[in-house]
Write a protein that binds this ligand. Structure first.
Ligand code: FES
Length: 113
């Protein structure tokens, strides 16, 4: 059951991404949500290459053409729908998907990340 309210669906623009910080064990976990073709994907903000956050600027996770999620450190590109790396040093590896659910206009994720 996805029980943590993340935001409203309309808070994420089409072909855009947004960063969220989720409290966990007295720390914060960074996650990102992307909307493309009306579909929303949610991932941990953790590059499988070196295990670091992927963005240098707040909320900026997409490449220029807005076709892929991009890691700013070494330019790895990940598919927006399933997080598979299709270019770069971690090719074939995946971003960790966060199960989510849309109820009405609201986006929820699993609280146990
Ligand atoms: S840390 Fe992300 S591509 Fe190297």
């Amino acid at each position: 059951m996805s029980n943590h309210h993340l935001c409203n669906v309309s808070d994420i623009e089409e072909e855009d991404s947004k960063e969220f910080f989720i409290p966990k064990d007295e720390k914060e976990v960074s996650i990102l949500a992307v909307k493309k073709d009306g579909m929303i994907s949610v991932f941990l903000n953790n590059c499988p290459h070196l295990g670091v956050p992927m963005n240098l600027e707040p909320n900026r996770f997409l490449d220029v053409e807005k076709n892929f999620i991009m890691c700013s450190t070494h330019g790895a590109l990940f598919k927006i729908d399933d997080g598979e790396c299709v270019h770069g040093p971690c090719m074939g590896q995946n971003l960790t998907q966060i199960p989510h659910e849309i109820r009405g206009e609201e986006l929820f994720i699993d609280k146990d990340l």
